[in-house]
Write a protein that binds this ligand. Structure first.
Ligand code: PRX
Length: 658
């Protein structure tokens, strides 16, 4: 395709909006790992046999005797009796096979620094780091927190934990230290690995000195390991704080990988729920690794001799866990890891990076695609992106226009797109096209992968053959969460109570079309999806109400062109407060409590919120107001006139925003 821009590109994309589905190019299918649709029937005929077969792609010290034990549902056990080590599967076996000099990661720093990290390098570093953690008293089962930027040490730190059976608890580097505190306290972490500082768009932000402010309230945390990233001055408390480089230098270089039970905890990752308290999603070793390896190989059609992969997520999210670290490494893939933002140091950095490392499979989020779209096709058009053979999307529904832009401008009009639906809880991709087989529809996640059963059901849990309903998963899968850490009742209640203990409630609405393809519509709970990251309304509200000048707050999501949804907060100040300067104060307060990502885009100050007679805030009506829709039923409101006042306030607000 000639490289189009501006109105010619618009016209071209509009003409494609009418195309119902895109078949994979013949050359792609012919060379794809999966190109025969009979895989779906094969998996269905014997699901446990299917997983048994795919689990054999890993190296097990002891084989399992039972594929799935579902007798204590919804608490599943996979590959019962099996023993393996995660870091061995990610590193050692490639080294032992003679591939140690293969690059595992091309790492690029914000300032343009470049490093090629080989499997041999990882092997050496991970063994030292594992021993350094053991030297600090970390035992199998002890939780290790990780709060690091996108630097090579984060990969080493995660794998070192798995080498000694210490579940890691990674906190996204953009979160506030208050979020770190909460997650460390909830998981009772023993050690926290962090950095002196982080580079953010050319600036250096202190991290360690911020972390110090939360330590008094974390009595279980015995040691802080500090990676030097920025040379920013930072306090070190002797006996408690340990320098990463010195600890690795002093550590024994040999640490044989010990096998752990398939159900040994691999990691905890906190995600937003419908209450203010985040949920500690627990993944265990065998099943999660099988799920991550299986999906990486087949959804991204990976062959180590052919592909260079780039998943642009942050390691602090599940996408980073499964598709930067575990999935690609188990498959012996070469990946790219970039420290910075998509527009730093300039808006062509992604395209430059793809060209430079000849990336063949690129996996990113709709919000990023829409941002790139808004910057125009000129920059990508200037770069040779012909190495790309497959594109992926994850995190939120992708609108057909962005899907088409991605395919045409980035994929040169030929690359298949895999729109992958999954969750922190599922651990692995669940609903997605298979790139060598599926005829993809723009904006549609399509079908559950072989071995997975997803259905759209009505309010009573009956499967629908066509129409809009609630998305559920009907059968256990290897990468599924095993429980919520220390909260088994909440686990059962949140996911397995609405339709019984055989049906996992996803929390998304979906539509199934006449062909049986699944379109994800968004959350049915109060979660807000900002740039592919879930935030709970309750969590943001509780942060806002924590501000001393705030009496009450209600938070809703509003459609946003770039980020999918943005946060609108309706806030009641303490009486007599001057709200003129309060906007920034409250936004800043939320940034400190949770992180910048949770800052409301708009704050509407109001002395009244729409409440039912029993005092419950009706967020549904606030959503209508925020999105400028006709109001739903207001008859249950204690005082329906509130809505008129709010409508006026929001239109004034829109005026002042212009
Ligand atoms: O609502 C769905 C949306 O993201 C939610 C899961 O969020 P999280 O656990 O943070 O994991 C995000 C990365 C896997 C889902 O319940 N979501 C994720 N992928 C898609 C999606 N919505 C539509 N299409 C997708 N491909």
């Amino acid at each position: 395709m000639t490289k189009l821009t501006g109105s010619a590109l618009e016209h071209h994309l509009d003409s494609l909006l009418g195309v119902p589905a895109f078949a994979p190019p013949t050359a792609f299918s012919e060379n794809a790992i999966w190109n025969d649709p009979s895989i779906y029937a094969e998996a269905e005929s014997d699901p446990e046999g299917w997983w048994d077969h795919h689990a054999r792609a890993l190296d097990w010290q002891t084989p399992w005797h039972t594929v799935l034990d579902w007798s204590n549902k919804p608490f599943a056990k996979w590959f019962v009796g099996g023993r393996l080590n995660a870091s061995y599967n990610c590193i050692d076996r490639h080294v032992l096979a003679g591939n140690g000099e293969r690059v595992a990661f091309y790492w690029r720093g914000e300032e343009g620094e470049e490093r090629a990290l080989t499997y041999n390098w990882l092997h050496e570093q991970v063994q030292r780091a594992a021993n350094a953690l053991t030297d600090l008293g970390v035992m199998p089962g002890d939780v290790v927190g990780i709060f690091l930027p996108m630097i090579p040490e984060v990969i080493v730190a995660m794998l070192a934990c798995t080498r000694i059976g210490a579940p890691h608890n990674v906190v996204f580097g953009g979160f506030s230290v208050e979020s770190v505190r909460e997650r460390m306290a909830e998981s009772r972490a023993k050690v926290l690995i962090t950095a002196d500082g982080a580079r953010r768009r050319g600036m250096v932000a202190s991290v360690k000195s911020e972390v110090d402010t939360i330590l008094e309230r974390l009595p279980d945390l015995a040691h802080i390991v500090v990676v030097d990233r920025t040379e920013i001055a930072h306090p070190m408390t002797p006996g408690r704080d340990v320098d990463w480089d010195s600890a690795l230098d002093a550590a024994n270089p040999i640490c044989d990988a010990q096998p752990f039970d398939a159900e040994h905890p691999l990691f905890i990752l906190y995600t937003s729920g419908s209450t203010a308290k985040p949920k500690g999603i627990l993944h265990t070793t065998g099943g999660y690794l099988v799920g991550a390896a299986y999906t990486t190989k087949h959804v991204f059609d990976f062959r180590p001799d052919r592909d260079v992969f780039w998943c642009s997520a942050d390691v602090g999210w599940i996408t980073g866990h499964s598709y930067i670290i575990y999935g690609p490494l188990m498959n012996g893939v070469t990946s790219v890891m970039y420290e910075g933002a998509p527009d730093y140091p300039h808006r062509a950095i992604w395209w430059e990076t793809i060209e430079r490392y000849k990336v063949s499979v690129f996996y990113t989020a709709p919000t990023a695609i829409r941002a790139c779209m808004s910057w125009g096709a000129e920059e990508p058009n200037k770069h040779d992106l012909s190495s790309l053979r497959l594109l992926g999307s994850v995190g939120e529904p992708i609108n057909p226009k962005a899907w088409l832009w991605y395919r045409e401008v980035i994929g040169g009009g030929t690359t298949p797109i895999v729109d992958t639906w999954w969750q922190t809880e599922t651990g692995q991709i669940m609903i997605t096209p298979v790139p060598g087989i599926t005829h993809t529809k723009p904006g549609c996640a399509m079908r559950p992968l072989p071995g997975i059963v997803a259905e759209v059901v009505d309010n009573d849990g009956n499967a629908m053959s066509e129409g809009q309903g609630i998305l559920v998963l009907r059968r256990p899968w290897p990468g599924m969460l095993r429980t919520l850490y220390h909260e088994p009742d909440r686990f059962v209640e949140t996911y397995w109570s609405r339709f019984g203990s055989d049906t996992y409630l996803v929390g998304d609405a979906a539509r199934i079309d006449a062909d049986g393809d699944i379109w994800i519509l968004g959350r049915i709970d109060d979660a807000i999806n900002v740039s592919g990251h879930l935030l709970s309304t309750a969590e943001v509200e509780s942060a806002i109400v924590g501000h001393p000048k705030v009496a009450e707050a209600a938070v809703v999501g509003q459609a946003d062109e770039i980020t999918g949804q943005s946060i609108v907060a309706f806030v009641t100040p303490i009486e007599g407060t001057d709200t003129n300067t309060l906007n920034e104060e409250v936004r800043q307060h939320v940034a400190v409590q949770i992180g910048k990502i949770a800052r409301p885009k708009r704050i509407i100050w109001t002395y009244d919120l729409p409440k039912t007679r029993s005092g419950k805030i009706m967020r549904r009506l606030l959503r209508d107001i925020a999105e400028g829709r006709a109001l739903g039923d207001v008859t249950t409101l204690r005082d329906p006139s509130v809505m008129e006042t709010l409508r006026e306030l929001i239109s004034e607000h829109a005026d002042s925003e212009d």
